[in-house]
Write a protein that binds this ligand. Structure first.
Ligand SMILES: [Zn+2]
Length: 181
């Protein structure tokens, strides 16, 4: 990555919960953990529907909930409905997203990372990046404030699903899988 004096002040590092007691320069990490609960509720609702348990919510930086949603590949038969896109669409139209934070149970895929860049969403809170690591480091390199909470309930929720439904999971992340689901 090419940096200059201006960019270096924006924070190009992924902040991880394990980095405590260092504080993220702008995002309130304790608040982020509370916001994550909404995304987890969405993921659990998706699981109850027979869907892939990934949830997301779009918040204003002041904590106002703007939209929420979950992966609905199975429910809607629509591979374009990811948790982040569902939450984004649920929020309706906004003029500016710089003061918004996308909170998601899982590291955002390239499609959803592209959405964050396209609309200039200022922050991303990631529940976990163990099951899948998408574009969150790339987002941080481009000035998005990124916090990875490494939340065990997110990892258990999706990890259990992946173990039970490997073919469906591999369909979702776009890799070949010859196992039957
Ligand atoms: Zn996605």
């Amino acid at each position: 990555m090419v940096t200059n004096g201006t960019e270096s002040t924006r924070g190009d590092q992924v902040w991880r919960a394990g980095d405590r007691p260092h504080r993220h320069p702008r995002l309130d990490v304790d608040a982020a953990q509370r916001l994550l609960e909404v995304a987890i509720e969405e993921a659990r609702a998706g699981l109850a529907e027979g869907g892939i348990p990934i949830g997301a919510a779009l918040f204003h930086r002041d904590g106002t909930l703007l939209g929420r949603g979950r992966n609905r590949r199975v429910q809607d038969g629509d591979p374009s409905v990811h948790a982040e896109t569902a939450a984004f669409r649920d929020a309706g139209r906004r003029r500016d997203y710089a003061d918004c934070v996308m909170v998601t149970t899982l590291s955002p895929c390239w499609y959803c990372s592209g959405l964050v860049r396209q609309f200039g969403i200022g922050g991303v809170v990631v529940g976990e990046d163990r099951t899948f690591s998408g574009g969150h480091e790339w987002l941080a390199e481009h000035g998005v404030e990124v916090v990875v909470l490494d939340d065990p309930s997110c990892t258990e929720l999706l990890g259990g699903f992946v173990a039970a439904h490997p073919a469906l999971w591999h369909e979702d992340i776009g890799v070949e899988d010859r196992t039957e689901d």
